[in-house]
Design a binder for this molecule. Structure first.
Ligand code: HDL
Ligand code: ZN
Length: 430
């Protein structure tokens, strides 16, 4: 009889364990989701040694760009007036408009309520005095540990920009690593803003040129290799417009093929592609000014096909691209779909995306990331993920049982571990 040549790890001994009946399924899935510690595979959080780059506390939570966009729909304040306010005045303007004068029913607004509730702070106060006093009294490192525990995550994967004038010097001076935070080498300035950024590289001694000709690709690769040695990223990442094409005769395609993908192969790490942004649809809103657009995923098809030795972590911003992303993931096992990104991270859409992924990919994908910019956001973003996913996973197991294969608690635990840890760790070669 053919032996199972799959991984040597012992198969879950389903046979010996009690099968779960319909009545037990839901509560077992909820218990196992609650007990599991997830890896948050994409955030904008920063490890403590990166200092002030790390955002936390009530004023930062309220001035999240998602809420800034919502403010301008529920207040007469103009963006110009708003951005001239102080941080605490901005926070109070948002609190007043979205939390006092209206019910905070949007996903981002209810998230702030969840965070306040998690710390037993008033969720309907007229002002922010008590919340501010609480957050201001927290010791940062202890607060991070407590927040991660409340969120049920073991690690947060960061977004680190080697050309950010604030962040780069901290790494060059030797920022102390932190086991709860994983670095990522972010490439937007190189791949999307080369015309503005090539001089910065050139001034650092890399012989690159405006048209990225000559030795430019090799020099960008040298830059990336030096930063990989310094930062030890778990992957490289770039956000890409809805108009992204590959191959084409532009600089981005050339640097992707000749510098970025070879460097990823050299260091054995994936490239994360986040595709579908329409940048600065309304520039007056600043960080809140980006929109979304349907991308032509044939670019992704070319990349997966042309570079079979590279691995691609992929999230797409348009709801209309989700189904075809699942189809591409079925064609290419060097493609790992992850998360319900940005404008998709709402229960109504998370449900649709997660169900079609389970139906087409089984448990071979990464359901969610938080994209948190402010530390405490992971509390609500992961609470919402567990709340939204529990009935979806339960339904999958219920259908499986109805069709003749009841599951055990051990199988549920194994699958949740695969979805929220193993798939990422294996794909990144961690
Ligand atoms: O490019 C990205 O990583 C996006 O996630 C942007 O940061 C975006 O502004 C965001 O915060 N989305 O949640
Ligand atoms: Zn992000």
């Amino acid at each position: 009889m053919a032996t199972n040549t799959a991984d040597s790890e012992p198969a879950v001994a389903d046979r010996a364990l009690p099968k779960l009946d319909h009545g037990q399924l839901g509560s077992v899935v909820e218990e196992e989701l609650a007990a599991a510690r997830f890896i948050d595979v994409h955030t904008h959080l920063f490890m403590p040694s990166l200092g002030k780059l790390g955002l936390w506390g009530i004023d930062e939570l309220l001035t999240y760009h998602y809420l800034e966009a919502e403010l301008f729909r529920s207040s007469r304040i103009t963006p110009g007036q708003y951005f001239s306010l102080s941080a605490s005045e901005k926070a109070y303007a948002i609190w007043k408009a979205l939390f006092v004068e209206n019910a905070p029913v949007s996903e981002a607004a209810r998230g702030v309520v969840r965070v306040l509730h998690a710390f037993d702070l008033p969720t309907a106060a007229d002002d922010l005095r008590e919340a501010r006093a609480f957050f201001n009294s927290q010791e940062p490192r202890a607060h991070i540990r407590r927040v991660f525990e409340l969120a049920g995550i073991s690690e947060a994967v960061m977004t680190n920009d080697p050309l950010d004038p604030e962040e780069a010097p901290l790494w060059e001076r030797g920022a102390e690593p932190d086991p709860q935070f994983r670095p990522v080498l972010r490439l937007d300035r190189i791949l999307n803003k080369w015309v503005d950024q090539w001089l910065s590289l050139n001034s650092q001694g890399y012989a690159v040129f405006r048209e990225a000709r000559g030795n430019s690709s090799a020099e960008v690769r040298r830059f990336l290799s030096e930063w990989c040695a310094r930062m030890k990223p778990v992957y490289m990442a770039v956000s890409l417009p809805d108009t992204f094409t590959f191959p084409d005769d532009g600089v981005r395609s050339r640097l992707l093929a000749e510098a970025v993908l070879p460097a990823c192969r050299e260091f054995g790490i994936p490239l994360s592609l986040m595709i579908g942004v329409r940048y600065q649809v309304n520039p007056a809103l600043r960080l809140a000014g980006d929109g979304a657009g349907r991308a032509d995923l044939r670019a992704l098809e070319h990349l997966c096909l042309t570079f079979p030795d590279n691995r691609f972590l992929v999230s797409v911003l348009s709801r209309e691209n989700q189904h075809e992303l699942c189809i591409y993931a079925r064609k290419f096992n060097n493609l790992m779909p992850f998360g319900c990104w940005w404008f998709l991270n709402n229960p109504s859409i998370v449900e649709e995306i997660t169900r079609e992924r389970l139906e087409m990919l089984g448990t071979s994908f990464i359901p969610q990331h938080s994209d948190a910019r402010i530390l405490e956001q992971v509390i609500y973003k992961w609470h919402n993920t567990r709340r939204t996913l529990a009935p979806i996973l339960t339904n999958s197991y219920r259908l499986l049982a109805e069709d003749g294969r009841p599951v055990t608690r051990a199988a549920v635990r194994r699958d949740i571990n695969r979805l929220f840890r193993d798939n990422f760790e294996r794909f990144c070669g961690m």
